[in-house]
Design a protein around this ligand. Structure first.
Ligand SMILES: CC(C)(COP(=O)(O)OP(=O)(O)OC[C@H]1O[C@@H](n2cnc3c(N)ncnc32)[C@H](O)[C@@H]1OP(=O)(O)O)[C@@H](O)C(=O)NCCC(=O)NCCS
Length: 169
Protein backbone atom coordinates (compact mmCIF):
# COMPACT_ATOMS: atom_id res chain seq x y z
CA UNK A 1 0.00 0.00 0.00
CA UNK A 2 1.34 3.39 -1.00
CA UNK A 3 1.41 6.34 1.42
CA UNK A 4 -0.81 9.16 0.26
CA UNK A 5 -2.49 12.30 1.57
CA UNK A 6 -5.77 13.94 0.60
CA UNK A 7 -5.99 17.73 0.66
CA UNK A 8 -8.25 20.49 -0.57
CA UNK A 9 -6.62 21.93 -3.70
CA UNK A 10 -4.73 25.24 -3.73
CA UNK A 11 -3.69 27.33 -6.78
CA UNK A 12 -0.18 25.85 -6.88
CA UNK A 13 -1.72 22.42 -7.50
CA UNK A 14 -2.95 23.60 -10.92
CA UNK A 15 -0.22 22.13 -13.17
CA UNK A 16 -0.12 18.77 -11.38
CA UNK A 17 -3.92 18.56 -11.35
CA UNK A 18 -4.20 19.14 -15.10
CA UNK A 19 -1.49 16.53 -15.80
CA UNK A 20 -3.29 14.01 -13.59
CA UNK A 21 -6.73 14.62 -15.10
CA UNK A 22 -5.37 14.48 -18.66
CA UNK A 23 -3.61 11.18 -17.95
CA UNK A 24 -6.68 9.73 -16.20
CA UNK A 25 -8.88 10.52 -19.24
CA UNK A 26 -6.50 8.52 -21.42
CA UNK A 27 -6.32 5.55 -19.07
CA UNK A 28 -10.02 4.74 -18.71
CA UNK A 29 -13.15 5.29 -20.74
CA UNK A 30 -15.36 5.30 -17.64
CA UNK A 31 -14.97 9.10 -17.53
CA UNK A 32 -17.24 11.49 -19.43
CA UNK A 33 -14.29 13.42 -20.89
CA UNK A 34 -12.29 11.68 -23.61
CA UNK A 35 -8.59 12.51 -24.17
CA UNK A 36 -9.54 14.23 -27.48
CA UNK A 37 -12.00 16.50 -25.67
CA UNK A 38 -9.76 17.32 -22.74
CA UNK A 39 -9.56 21.11 -22.74
CA UNK A 40 -8.71 22.13 -19.17
CA UNK A 41 -5.72 24.48 -19.01
CA UNK A 42 -3.39 25.21 -16.11
CA UNK A 43 -4.58 28.85 -16.12
CA UNK A 44 -8.26 27.86 -15.87
CA UNK A 45 -7.49 25.30 -13.16
CA UNK A 46 -5.50 27.88 -11.18
CA UNK A 47 -8.46 30.28 -11.38
CA UNK A 48 -10.87 27.60 -10.10
CA UNK A 49 -8.53 26.68 -7.24
CA UNK A 50 -8.08 30.33 -6.27
CA UNK A 51 -11.85 30.98 -6.26
CA UNK A 52 -13.65 27.73 -5.48
CA UNK A 53 -16.80 29.58 -4.50
CA UNK A 54 -18.12 32.70 -6.28
CA UNK A 55 -21.57 34.23 -6.77
CA UNK A 56 -23.42 31.31 -5.22
CA UNK A 57 -21.60 28.75 -7.40
CA UNK A 58 -18.85 26.48 -6.16
CA UNK A 59 -16.39 23.90 -7.38
CA UNK A 60 -14.19 22.39 -4.68
CA UNK A 61 -11.36 20.08 -5.72
CA UNK A 62 -9.60 17.58 -3.48
CA UNK A 63 -6.40 15.86 -4.51
CA UNK A 64 -4.69 12.63 -3.49
CA UNK A 65 -0.90 13.08 -3.48
CA UNK A 66 1.96 10.60 -3.38
CA UNK A 67 5.32 12.22 -2.60
CA UNK A 68 3.83 15.56 -3.59
CA UNK A 69 2.56 14.32 -6.98
CA UNK A 70 -1.19 14.53 -7.67
CA UNK A 71 -2.43 11.05 -8.61
CA UNK A 72 -6.16 11.42 -7.97
CA UNK A 73 -8.85 14.06 -7.74
CA UNK A 74 -12.46 14.51 -6.69
CA UNK A 75 -14.80 17.43 -7.25
CA UNK A 76 -17.82 18.82 -5.47
CA UNK A 77 -19.84 21.31 -7.45
CA UNK A 78 -23.10 23.15 -6.93
CA UNK A 79 -26.33 23.10 -8.80
CA UNK A 80 -27.06 26.58 -10.16
CA UNK A 81 -30.87 26.25 -9.98
CA UNK A 82 -31.94 27.73 -6.62
CA UNK A 83 -34.50 25.03 -5.91
CA UNK A 84 -31.86 22.34 -6.49
CA UNK A 85 -29.01 24.13 -4.71
CA UNK A 86 -29.31 21.93 -1.63
CA UNK A 87 -27.75 19.05 -3.62
CA UNK A 88 -24.09 18.83 -4.64
CA UNK A 89 -22.63 16.86 -7.53
CA UNK A 90 -19.43 14.85 -7.30
CA UNK A 91 -16.97 13.18 -9.67
CA UNK A 92 -13.71 11.33 -9.06
CA UNK A 93 -10.75 9.90 -10.93
CA UNK A 94 -7.50 8.25 -9.91
CA UNK A 95 -4.52 7.22 -12.04
CA UNK A 96 -4.68 3.53 -12.90
CA UNK A 97 -1.44 2.61 -11.11
CA UNK A 98 -3.06 3.73 -7.85
CA UNK A 99 -6.47 2.04 -8.08
CA UNK A 100 -7.51 -0.26 -5.25
CA UNK A 101 -5.40 1.35 -2.52
CA UNK A 102 -8.06 3.27 -0.66
CA UNK A 103 -7.61 6.63 -2.39
CA UNK A 104 -11.12 6.61 -3.85
CA UNK A 105 -12.56 6.03 -0.43
CA UNK A 106 -10.41 8.76 1.17
CA UNK A 107 -11.28 11.29 -1.55
CA UNK A 108 -14.99 10.53 -1.32
CA UNK A 109 -14.91 10.86 2.50
CA UNK A 110 -13.36 14.33 2.03
CA UNK A 111 -16.18 15.22 -0.39
CA UNK A 112 -18.84 14.05 2.09
CA UNK A 113 -17.22 16.06 4.88
CA UNK A 114 -17.13 19.17 2.65
CA UNK A 115 -20.78 18.62 1.75
CA UNK A 116 -21.72 18.58 5.43
CA UNK A 117 -19.61 21.69 6.07
CA UNK A 118 -21.56 23.44 3.27
CA UNK A 119 -24.83 22.24 4.88
CA UNK A 120 -25.82 20.42 1.71
CA UNK A 121 -28.83 18.15 1.99
CA UNK A 122 -27.27 15.51 -0.22
CA UNK A 123 -24.80 14.65 -2.98
CA UNK A 124 -25.38 12.87 -6.24
CA UNK A 125 -23.36 11.44 -9.09
CA UNK A 126 -23.61 9.49 -12.33
CA UNK A 127 -21.59 6.35 -12.94
CA UNK A 128 -21.39 4.02 -15.94
CA UNK A 129 -23.51 0.96 -15.24
CA UNK A 130 -20.58 -1.43 -15.83
CA UNK A 131 -18.14 0.44 -13.54
CA UNK A 132 -18.31 -2.12 -10.74
CA UNK A 133 -15.37 -0.77 -8.77
CA UNK A 134 -16.82 2.74 -8.59
CA UNK A 135 -20.36 1.51 -7.83
CA UNK A 136 -18.92 -0.74 -5.10
CA UNK A 137 -17.14 2.23 -3.53
CA UNK A 138 -20.21 4.48 -3.65
CA UNK A 139 -22.49 1.79 -2.20
CA UNK A 140 -20.07 1.20 0.67
CA UNK A 141 -20.20 4.91 1.47
CA UNK A 142 -24.00 4.94 1.53
CA UNK A 143 -24.93 6.11 -1.96
CA UNK A 144 -28.18 4.60 -3.22
CA UNK A 145 -28.94 3.87 -6.88
CA UNK A 146 -32.04 5.88 -7.70
CA UNK A 147 -32.17 6.06 -11.47
CA UNK A 148 -30.83 4.82 -14.77
CA UNK A 149 -30.24 6.87 -17.91
CA UNK A 150 -30.40 4.53 -20.86
CA UNK A 151 -27.61 4.92 -23.45
CA UNK A 152 -26.53 8.21 -21.81
CA UNK A 153 -22.83 7.69 -22.60
CA UNK A 154 -21.33 6.73 -25.96
CA UNK A 155 -17.77 5.45 -26.23
CA UNK A 156 -16.95 4.92 -29.90
CA UNK A 157 -19.86 2.92 -31.26
CA UNK A 158 -20.94 1.51 -27.88
CA UNK A 159 -23.75 3.03 -25.83
CA UNK A 160 -23.62 2.70 -22.04
CA UNK A 161 -26.29 3.32 -19.42
CA UNK A 162 -25.47 5.72 -16.58
CA UNK A 163 -26.64 4.97 -13.04
CA UNK A 164 -27.70 7.93 -10.92
CA UNK A 165 -26.76 7.60 -7.25
CA UNK A 166 -27.60 9.81 -4.27
CA UNK A 167 -26.42 10.05 -0.69
CA UNK A 168 -28.49 12.13 1.72
CA UNK A 169 -26.08 13.65 4.25
C1 LIG B 1 -13.48 4.22 -9.22
C2 LIG B 1 -12.27 4.73 -8.44
C3 LIG B 1 -12.45 6.21 -8.10
C4 LIG B 1 -12.20 3.93 -7.12
O1 LIG B 1 -11.10 4.36 -6.37
P1 LIG B 1 -10.06 3.31 -5.75
O2 LIG B 1 -9.02 4.09 -5.03
O3 LIG B 1 -9.61 2.40 -6.85
O4 LIG B 1 -11.00 2.52 -4.75
P2 LIG B 1 -10.66 2.11 -3.25
O5 LIG B 1 -9.34 1.40 -3.21
O6 LIG B 1 -10.81 3.31 -2.37
O7 LIG B 1 -11.80 1.06 -3.00
C5 LIG B 1 -13.04 1.49 -2.55
C6 LIG B 1 -13.93 0.33 -2.16
O8 LIG B 1 -14.52 -0.25 -3.33
C7 LIG B 1 -14.40 -1.66 -3.25
N1 LIG B 1 -14.20 -2.23 -4.57
C8 LIG B 1 -13.09 -2.21 -5.29
N2 LIG B 1 -13.27 -2.88 -6.44
C9 LIG B 1 -14.54 -3.34 -6.41
C10 LIG B 1 -15.33 -4.09 -7.31
N3 LIG B 1 -14.84 -4.51 -8.48
N4 LIG B 1 -16.62 -4.35 -6.97
C11 LIG B 1 -17.12 -3.92 -5.79
N5 LIG B 1 -16.40 -3.19 -4.89
C12 LIG B 1 -15.14 -2.91 -5.21
C13 LIG B 1 -13.18 -1.91 -2.41
O9 LIG B 1 -13.34 -3.17 -1.75
C14 LIG B 1 -13.17 -0.76 -1.44
O10 LIG B 1 -13.91 -1.02 -0.30
P3 LIG B 1 -13.17 -1.02 1.15
O11 LIG B 1 -12.62 0.38 1.32
O12 LIG B 1 -14.28 -1.32 2.09
O13 LIG B 1 -12.12 -2.06 1.04
C15 LIG B 1 -10.94 4.53 -9.24
O14 LIG B 1 -10.74 3.16 -9.45
C16 LIG B 1 -10.90 5.29 -10.56
O15 LIG B 1 -10.50 6.44 -10.61
N6 LIG B 1 -11.33 4.65 -11.65
C17 LIG B 1 -11.31 5.26 -12.99
C18 LIG B 1 -12.18 6.49 -13.11
C19 LIG B 1 -13.58 6.23 -12.64
O16 LIG B 1 -14.16 5.18 -12.89
N7 LIG B 1 -14.14 7.22 -11.94
C20 LIG B 1 -15.49 7.15 -11.44
C21 LIG B 1 -16.42 7.72 -12.44
S1 LIG B 1 -18.10 7.74 -11.81
Amino acid sequence: MVDFEVRLGVPDDAAGAVDCMRQACGETDYLKTSPENFSLTEEKEREILANPSTEGKYLFLFFAKVDGRIVGSASLSGNSHPRCGHMGVTGISILKDFWGQGMGRALMLAILEKGRELHLHGIHLDVRADNERAIGLYRKLGFIEDGRHEDAMRVGAIYHDLIHMTKIL
